[in-house]
Design a protein around this ligand. Structure first.
Ligand SMILES: [Zn+2]
Length: 158
């Protein structure tokens, strides 16, 4: 848990291409289209390692339900072999959909409340949200193509 907390608070220094100000930004915020603190130009976050946002029971409402973008949540457990198979697929989608959809994941072992709230029967399970509403539930190991198609369908609705 100590390690995870450190990961959450990891921050980046991103230099503004317009005014040169060095902006400190928590890594998790690179999904939020950050702007320069001084001149408000959009910061170029391209090139920083994009990965799924690690959310928790405490942050789920803010991270996922209040997200401006359509959102995919990967419910996983670190000990589940099928989750480990799906994990790189989800990482890839985070890169592919950066700016178009929020890709996040939640460890159900330490975050049981959200899993219970959405009736997660087993992992891996993917839930797709749009404007705080559950749009689609996908259970088990699916191909990246299949997830991508479904996600694009949800994005088109918005
Ligand atoms: Zn600037």
């Amino acid at each position: 848990m100590k390690f995870k907390k450190a990961m959450d608070q990891e921050s980046l220094i991103i230099e503004c291409l317009r005014c040169g100000t060095r902006n400190r930004l928590p890594r998790v915020r690179i999904h939020d289209k950050p702007h320069c603190g001084k001149c408000h130009a959009p910061l170029d976050v391209h090139g920083f390692a994009v990965r799924p946002l690690e959310t928790t029971d405490a942050k789920f409402a803010v991270d996922v339900l209040a997200a401006a973008q359509p959102s995919l949540v990967f419910f996983y457990s670190p000990t589940c072999p099928y989750c480990r198979m799906l994990s790189p697929v989800i990482d890839e989608l985070a890169v592919k959909f950066e700016g178009a959809a929020l890709i996040s994941r939640i460890n159900v072992t330490v975050n049981p409340v959200t899993a219970q709230q959405f009736g997660i029967q087993g992992v891996p399970t993917l839930l797709l949200f749009r404007e705080g509403k559950l749009m689609k539930r996908m259970v088990g190991v699916l191909s990246g193509d299949e997830i991508e198609r479904t996600l694009k369908g949800i994005i088109k609705l918005s």
